[in-house]
Design a protein around this ligand. Structure first.
Ligand code: FPP
Length: 252
């Protein structure tokens, strides 16, 4: 279906507020054409730009991208270095466009593990875009869901140890508040490209009620049409949050 026709199937009143994406398949895309893996990542940056702008145009308010996981540090040194360089170059190059499009950039993850120069570039763009409010782009870098939960548990344990919190009073809101994602609503929709049907240690706590859309398309090939299809799929689901269908339809 053509882009325009797909767009006409999207209900603009029910756009997911927060979309999270596991961008997978760059390596396989490159291999298929006989290129080195890094070419797949480079091509993946073009997809990032297009998805960021498409999401903002649709009215998505938060877009979280899994750009580098805690486990990705175990890749060959050359690939890690190339990815870090690509990240720095892309962020520097794209900052004016983020400004033009009213997009704020923020990060989640263990930023201290990133090379100092990379961290510095990220901090500069976070600062430069902090007053933009059309959409917030959240880059997950050196991030994993379990890492964040452990960090949060440490913060809560310190509150207990200092006598500011009783163990029996610990609730969901304490964990929510201690996570890197504390400021953001939970994702409504999680997309994973490349045909893998796993969560791979992404927002483990936050996706408890997210709709999940898996697509076979490799990340460098993920188009505006594919993003529209994910939104249409999301809008076809009935989100019940543990209630019955009848209870939900009464509210609607
Ligand atoms: C997964 O493909 C992709 C990554 C680990 C990196 C994603 C990074 C980018 C798209 C570029 C930089 C990002 C920004 C935000 C500018 P894979 O290598 O696991 O692919 P494979 O499963 O086919 O090997």
């Amino acid at each position: 279906m053509a882009q325009k026709e797909l767009l006409s199937h999207i209900d603009t009143q029910r756009i997911p507020k927060h979309v999270a994406i596991i961008m997978d398949g760059n390596g396989r895309w490159a291999k298929k054409q006989g290129f080195l893996r890094i070419f797949g990542h480079r091509q993946g940056v073009d997809t990032v730009r297009n998805v960021v702008e498409t999401a903002a145009e649709l009215g998505v308010k938060y877009l979280t991208l899994y750009a580098f996981s805690t486990e990705n540090w175990n890749r060959p040194r050359t690939e890690v270095n190339a990815l870090m360089q690509l990240l720095v170059d892309s962020i520097k190059k794209e900052t004016p466009r983020l400004m033009q499009n009213g997009i704020r950039m923020e990060t989640i993850g263990n930023m201290e593990q990133l090379p100092a120069g990379c961290n510095q570039t990220l901090r500069e763009t976070v600062e430069a875009t902090k007053d933009n409010d059309r959409m917030t782009l959240i880059l997950a870098l050196s991030y994993s869901g379990r890492w964040d939960i452990i960090e949060a548990v440490r913060k809560i344990a310190a509150r207990v140890q200092s006598g500011n919190l009783e163990p029996e009073n610990i609730g969901e809101e304490d964990l929510n508040a201690a996570l890197n994602t504390a400021k953001y609503p939970n994702p409504d929709l999680l997309i994973r490209t490349s045909g893998e049907q796993r969560i791979s240690n992404f927002l483990l706590w936050e996706i408890a009620y997210s709709e999940i859309h898996f697509t076979q398309v490799l990340w460098p090939d993920f188009s505006t049409e594919d993003f529209y299809k994910a939104i249409i799929d999301y809008q076809s689901r009935e989100r019940r949050f543990g209630k019955t269908g009848e209870q939900i339809r009464q509210v609607i």
